[in-house]
Write a protein that binds this ligand. Structure first.
Ligand code: SF4
Length: 571
């Protein structure tokens, strides 16, 4: 039974009929979309959560918005979580007008998108601290940050980004939460619970302020001394890349004098120094709160002696993370929407800590409809089974191969690297390419910047650690060259074996996200070239979709260019 405007429905009695969902959409749903809605609401009505697994472009957003809108119309409280503000804009401008909406969404973005009524400048976390917010609330200060926080608690329909959802307090739970592109949510969780500061950042800040002296130089100098101690505490006789920071060093960092004084100087600094000072002060505060933080020193994977690339990491403890995340999801019904679900139980548990089993969560649609099976008919994945592995010049060789390919192909092309370091090495070779423009995506670019660049680009170079994976939309992509499988470094907090399982799953998801970008419509044609013979080892995994596996064609390195010439001619 649906609730009225004034009463809150019991989530255990969540009930939405498929017909309610169909009727909210102004246009005709495709048959497979209707079927997906029927299966999803079947799960939700039984008190179970579900994962909506459809390829990009097949209308996942329409499916979940139909359910969201029907639920809202019936009085339920619904949140949609997305990766970026740009996707919020797309949902508002493109999708919501397709629905009969009785309740419009409240959009909630990060505080940097609002003005601070006290400073008259853009709100920022340095000044708008939880303590300051409490003061402003008790003074009845009118401000957009407080207004949207209040709406997060009370609005019937909220659209927000992952980071905001994780950071806001939530007393009044949602009945239904939809996580769009839910693999991005897993990454956002990892980011959100971790604060990292690199040696080169502190060192640069120190050098820029050392001559004039003052609190920034004193504070940073003391921090660098303890960073040195943490770095030197890692044994050098065996290969140790990361380890816990000894407690006495954490205590010394906690006692560094000057955080408050640095905070009051922060507004006089440029953006770079401001951001480093904030991160450093936040790190010191984390060290003062050892009950919920765990500390690691992580050395550079490629050069353990390179102090400049080492980082200190403050990671929220697992009980703290579980507490925060369970407090957000509670017994809300959840739809995970993704084009690359992989192993659904693992994925859903990483997002929510809900302890799902194969009995309690399922993937929709149960049987892939013909339209979806045929979705990738224009896709070809060329796997070079003899590409040399683990050689010193592997990246140079891959770059030379890519150079040959780029000279005979046309159309928007994405070059994917496992690390920023490889990306920079390959750039030296690829710079020999004339008549084509290469756009280099820096790992520090924010999502909005990445989106702007990829829209205008001809050839894009990006790495597995860039923001390219967080909801970035690349239109008209024709060719993708994967220099090496996009493994990321194992997280510092995982044991070696667990770390490998974790990075393998993440690698396969990213690989598929990359490949899936080639086909956005059923008629699209796209080619993915993989210059890494290790795919053979991993393509049988349950985290790698059958639809992609079927499209793999093994080729030798010698055959590759000829094969591409033929495919280019047949376009
Ligand atoms: S809560 Fe206070 S400090 Fe924060 S943005 Fe609003 S007015 Fe500024």
């Amino acid at each position: 039974m649906a609730s009225t405007e004034n009463s809150q429905p019991d989530t255990t009695g969540f009930h939405v009929s498929p017909e309610d969902c169909f009727l909210t959409f102004k246009l005709d749903l495709r048959p497979y979309q209707e079927k997906a809605i029927e299966e999803l609401v079947g799960n939700l009505n039984r008190g179970q959560d579900a994962a909506l697994n459809l390829p990009t472009g097949t209308g996942k957003t329409i499916v979940f918005l139909s359910i969201a809108n029907a639920a809202i119309n019936l009085g339920y409280r619904v949140a949609i979580l997305v990766a970026t503000n740009q996707i919020i804009g797309q949902i508002q401008a493109k999708y919501l007008p397709m629905f009969n909406m009785k309740v419009l969404p409240v959009v909630i973005k990060g505080i940097e998108n609002y003005d601070c009524a006290l400073t008259g400048e853009g709100a920022d976390y340095g000044f708008c601290t939880p303590e300051q917010k409490t003061i402003c609330t008790s003074n009845n200060q009118e401000c957009d940050v407080l207004r949207v926080n209040n709406e997060f608690e009370n609005a019937r329909f909220v659209i927000t980004n992952y980071h905001k959802f994780i950071s806001l307090k939530l007393e009044h739970k949602f009945d239904l939460i939809i996580i769009d592109d839910s693999h991005g949510f897993e990454n956002a969780l990892d980011d959100k619970f971790q604060n990292r500061i690199a040696y080169y950042q502190l060192d640069g800040l120190f050098k820029r302020h050392d001559q004039e002296g003052g609190i920034i130089a004193d504070f940073t100098g003391a921090f660098l001394d303890y960073f040195d101690d943490a770095f030197n505490s890692v044994p050098t006789d065996t290969y140790v890349e990361s380890m816990r920071v000894p407690n006495d060093i954490v205590k010394h960092i906690a006692d560094i004098y000057g955080c408050d004084e640095v905070q009051s100087e922060i507004r006089k600094l440029n953006d770079l120094d401001r951001s480093i000072c904030r991160d450093a002060c936040y790190f010191v505060k984390c060290c003062q709160n050892t009950s919920v933080n765990v500390f690691y020193i992580q050395k550079d994977h490629y050069d353990l002696e390179d102090r400049q690339e080492a980082s200190l990491i403050a990671r929220k403890s697992r009980p703290f993370q579980i507490n925060v995340i369970k407090g957000k999801f509670r017994n809300s019904r959840i739809i995970f929407a993704s084009a690359t679900i992989g192993d659904v139980v693992t994925h859903a548990n990483h997002c929510t800590f809900k302890g799902y089993t194969v009995e309690t969560i399922s993937v929709v649609p149960k049987v892939q409809p013909d339209e979806v099976k045929n979705w990738f008919s224009g896709l070809k994945i060329l796997e070079t089974y003899d590409f040399p592995q683990n050689t010193d010049d592997q990246i140079e060789k891959a770059a030379e191969t890519a150079l040959g390919i780029l000279r005979i192909t046309q159309g928007k092309t994405l070059l994917l690297f496992k690390s920023y370091r490889d990306q920079k090495r390959a750039q030296n070779v690829l710079n020999r390419l004339i008549n084509r423009k290469i756009t280099f995506i820096d790992d520090s670019f924010e999502s909005e910047t990445v989106q702007k660049y990829v829209e205008q680009a001809d050839i894009i170079m990006a790495s597995a650690s860039s923001r390219l994976w967080e909801g970035i939309d690349i239109r008209d992509l024709k060719l993708e060259i994967i220099f090496s499988l996009p493994f990321i470094r194992p997280p510092v907090y995982l044991e070696k074996n667990d770390g490998f399982q974790f990075t393998k799953r993440k690698m396969l998801i990213r690989l598929q996200q990359g490949i899936g970008r080639l086909i956005r419509n059923q008629d699209d044609k796209g080619i993915c070239v993989i210059l890494d013979k290790r795919l053979e080892k991993y393509k049988g995994s349950k985290d790698f979709a059958e639809a992609y596996r079927e499209k793999i064609e093994p080729v030798s390195l010698d055959e590759l260019v000829e094969k591409l010439k033929l495919l280019e001619k047949s376009k």
